[in-house]
Design a protein around this ligand. Structure first.
Ligand code: ADP
Ligand code: MG
Length: 369
């Protein structure tokens, strides 16, 4: 028997643990997942990030075998699983509402999947306790039923239940959404560390961009059933391929622009790349303007500046010199603070043009600047 701490050892011959190829799905005639292709290397954590109703849960259910695609292929560890039911996929699924059995204790909830797999009783007890210990549930809490556990404790039980079967892939549907802010931040860190320790390939879904950026090896941005872009968090944040991706990952100043060879371009400047006040002097572009609004956020200020050329910028800056509404200032943008997005938002097709040159000097002129 494999010990419980050897969940999914990453194998060299297993480079892609999860693969979707041209997967589509609809409830009746309504398309919900549209031609999704993606791959997750073994041991990595992919987060699918998108607004409510965009098809995230449906995508996870297609991976777990709770739904079957209309077209396309689902592979886990290189094996075609498209038509196999959940129990033949060895995927651990944690549902959005945890879906714990209310009449069973934490231990019994976690043991359930092992009973179904006919793991001998003694082994079962050891694995259940080992896993509940790893997710941080105290011995006293393990004999309680879900109603006598807090949201955070129920979340831990649900996670232990998904992991105890030593799944090839862990599927997490908004695992932190029902928790208050402080607990969410704590469990987010714990979840990531447990995922790293076990090495289990994980697909998580969330609508929270901060969560997606902070825990993932890869982020995939989903809109209206399509995966618009997949990549490491820092790359997707800095080099979004569509305005939707740019906006969904954080605040972005977006302007219509022109790029040589790509007439319809959108120019993005993240608020933290804008400078304000004396510092703006050293920037490539500098425009005079007036502060329309200031928000104090503790470690930083968020200012809205309307420039004399009618462009409006959101600027993140350290609280230092006083900044007040109505104040005349200069906004500066350094040459490398600009990213050119080649296409306007398209609902029907993912963006296919790559701009490899992120700087606009000589290549692109934001219109009206
Ligand atoms: P998300 O998890 O991103 O919020 P879902 O995958 O749950 O989105 O749902 C995607 C779309 O499919 C939504 O428009 C939702 O209303 C619809 N949908 C979800 N489940 C069903 C169902 N069982 N029958 C019909 N439509 C559904
Ligand atoms: Mg959902």
């Amino acid at each position: 028997m494999t010990p419980a701490n050897a969940v999914l050892p990453v194998r060299a011959d297993d480079p892609e643990a999860v693969r979707l190829a041209g997967v589509s799905f609809g409830y009746g005639s309504v398309p919900v997942v549209r031609d999704v292709s993606l791959a997750v290397p073994a041991g990595q954590l992919l987060t699918l990030l998108g607004p409510s109703g965009c098809g995230k849960t449906t995508l996870l259910k297609l991976l777990g075998g709770y739904l079957t695609p209309t077209t396309g292929r689902v592979e886990l560890r290189g094996r075609d699983m498209t038509r196999l039911p959940p129990e033949k996929r060895n995927a651990g699924m944690m549902f959005q509402n945890y879906a714990l059995f209310p009449h069973l204790t934490a231990r019994q909830n976690v043991a359930f999947g092992l009973e179904v797999r006919r793991i001998p009783r003694a082994d079962r007890a050891r694995r259940v306790d080992d896993m509940l210990g790893r997710v941080g549930l105290s011995p006293a809490e393990r004999d309680r039923k879900p109603a006598a556990l807090s949201g955070g404790q129920q979340q831990r039980v649900a996670l232990a239940r998904a992991l105890v079967i030593e799944p090839h892939v862990l599927l997490l549907d908004e695992p932190l959404a029902n928790l208050d802010r402080h607990l969410r931040d704590q469990l987010r860190t714990e979840l990531r560390s447990l995922q790293r320790q076990t090495g289990v390939t994980t697909v998580m879904v969330t609508h929270d961009q901060e969560e997606a950026l902070s825990v993932s090896d890869l982020v995939g941005v989903v809109a209206a059933g399509r995966v618009l872009q997949v990549g490491p968090p820092a790359e997707v944040y800095a080099r979004p391929r569509t305005p939707f991706v740019a906006r969904f990952l954080g605040a972005a100043n977006l302007f219509d622009g022109k790029a040589v060879g790509h007439p319809a371009a959108v120019v993005m400047v993240r608020p933290e790349h804008c400078r304000i006040g004396p510092e703006a002097g050293g920037c490539h572009w500098v425009w005079p303007g007036r502060v329309a609004d200031v928000t104090f956020l503790g470690a930083e200020l968020l200012a809205e500046v309307v420039c004399d050329n009618a462009l409006s910028f959101r600027v993140r800056t350290r609280p230092g010199e006083p900044l007040e509404r109505g104040q005349q200032v200069k906004v500066g943008v350094p040459e490398d603070g600009v990213w050119v997005i080649p296409e306007a938002d398209q609902d029907s097709a993912p963006c296919i043009v790559h701009i490899r040159e992120p700087r606009i000097g000589g290549v692109c002129t934001p219109e009206g600047l």
